[in-house]
Design a protein around this ligand. Structure first.
Ligand SMILES: Cc1ncc(COP(=O)(O)O)c(C=O)c1O
Length: 474
């Protein structure tokens, strides 16, 4: 890619990320006189209106998982009531401790704690913490496994084994906490290749990683086999249920072919499970779970000799927004099992319609056998050009690399009448257009093509760093 085209890409990203420069005042300093609240609110309302329709009408993969007006009004009301709460000060707000302990317990039991003979509240039972999101849950879990094995076995050069489909947050954990990550390939069904994982285990391996479901393809790794591998080597296994954790238990109850994926599998030591995705809580909460309180102890931070007082904090943040935990708790208890079953059923119905429709479009294929989120690709048309056509029709989807494909996380917005049908119709139109116009230029297709193919990965890293710089431009 030439320097000129790099500038073009950054220029168009700049325009996409900062469309309000001309319309609204830019503040680079604290205004001398405060802006009247009604003016601030007016601007907020305008922004909300401008940005609302795409996700509301079911054009966005993931992002807003519930989005129902009444649900939003309800969780916002709860947030308003609890917006001043900081979990760091349990003396002032013991309600925060109630909400978080119950969020953890409800999630643990949904993921098999009782059935696994590891009841919540017992020393060897499933326990955990509420975190700010999936990445924090994963980072905490991997730090915990690292510290646990440093203490138990003196491992000072820790390694993890993760299938290539494991979320980027495992790589982040590897970088942040100096854990070597051994990445293994998938099998032909886009699930972890267990033989490859076995071969990647070394005396320094502290943990194996598996996903239920993984982000790219929505497939479930063979958790029972990977659990057995972890037990055989006496190492830990983290199952990433950030995306699938609040979907699979209900899908299983509805009769979907969900293989064992949670604490019912004996080798599973920890799990991450996002309440802010299919748990329908507002953004900013997730749960990390451990088998046994001893493991969780290695997550905690304590400081005994600080002039600022005796200090402890279970997760990465110090002060934390109690309103988010309250809203999360309110979401779980108000939706309830019947609500989750109904929501999951309607999402799975939409997925079925989409799969059936996509498979009638010549040249398209679904990757693996996903439940819920899924990916589709093609050996015949440039799928990134198809994605550009879908973007032009309003869709906000994710492009996958190696193999090139498009990822969709269907939410309750996609379960609205007509959305699945509209999606299939737009994919059909887009594929036909790309077949008729294979030499299309512009859009994201060349960037994705370049990002997948360019041998100099440091160039891609540099480009991504520049994208973040663009985000922080005024
Ligand atoms: C499987 C999986 N794990 C982890 C994450 C990270 O979650 P978050 O974006 O909340 O940090 C995601 C996000 O989509 C995910 O799909």
């Amino acid at each position: 890619m030439s320097a000129d085209s790099e500038m073009d890409v950054l220029g168009s990203l700049d325009a996409m990320m900062h469309p309000y420069r001309e319309k609204y005042q830019t503040f680079s300093e604290i205004p001398q006189q405060g802006v009247p609240r009604d003016q601030v609110l007016k601007q907020m309302e305008e922004l909300q209106q401008t940005e609302r329709d795409r996700w509301k009408e079911g054009f966005a993969s993931g992002s807003v998982y519930n989005g129902d007006d009444e649900h939003i009004a309800f969780v916002n009301k709860v947030y308003n009531l609890q917006s001043q709460v900081n979990q760091l000060h349990t003396d002032l707000w013991p309600s925060a401790a109630k909400f978080e302990a119950e969020i953890v317990a409800m999630t643990a039991n949904m993921l098999g704690a009782e059935k696994a003979g590891a009841p919540v509240g017992t020393e060897n039972g499933i326990c955990g913490s509420v975190t700010s999101g999936g990445s924090e849950s994963i980072l905490l879990a991997m730090k915990t496994h690292r510290d646990y094995f440093r203490e138990k076995r003196g491992i000072t050069a820790p390694e993890m084994v993760a299938p290539i489909s494991a979320h980027a947050a495992f790589h982040k954990a590897a970088q942040y906490f100096n854990i070597k990550i051994n990445v293994t390939p998938l099998d032909e069904n886009f699930r972890a290749n267990v033989a490859a994982m076995r071969a990647a285990i070394t005396p320094n391996t502290i943990a194996l990683v598996a996903s239920a479901v993984n982000f790219p393809y929505g497939t479930i790794d063979p958790i029972d086999e990977i659990g057995a591998l972890a037990e055989e080597h006496k190492i830990n296994l983290h199952v990433d249920g950030c995306l699938g954790g609040y979907l699979l238990p209900w899908a299983e109850k509805l009769g979907a072919p969900v293989p064992p994926f949670d604490f019912r599998v004996p080798g599973v030591s920890s799990m991450s499970c996002d309440t802010h995705k299919y748990g329908y809580a507002p953004k900013g909460t997730s749960v990390v779970l451990y088998r046994g309180q001893e493991l969780r102890q290695h997550q905690y931070f304590t400081l005994a000799d600080w002039p600022g007082g005796l200090y402890y904090s279970p997760t990465f943040s110090g002060s934390r927004p109690g309103g988010l935990s309250a809203a999360c708790w309110a979401s779980l208890v108000s939706v309830g099992e019947t609500g989750y079953l109904k929501a999951t059923g309607s999402i799975l119905d939409a997925v079925k319609k989409m799969h059936e429709g996509l498979l009638t479009i010549p040249g398209l294929k679904i990757l693996g056998q996903p439940i819920g989120p899924f990916a589709f690709g093609s050996d015949e048309v440039n799928i990134y050009q198809v994605m550009d056509q879908l973007s032009a029709r309003g869709w906000a989807l994710t492009g996958l690399l190696n193999p090139a494909a498009i990822h969709v996380s269907p939410t309750l917005r996609w379960a609205q009448p007509g959305v699945a049908e509209r999606f299939v119709a737009h994919v059909r139109e887009s594929v036909e257009y790309v077949r008729e116009n294979p030499d299309l230029e512009g859009g994201m297709a060349p960037i994705y093509g370049m990002a997948a193919a360019i041998p100099d990965r440091s160039f891609v890293h540099e480009m991504l760093r520049q994208v973040m710089d663009v985000y922080y431009r005024l």
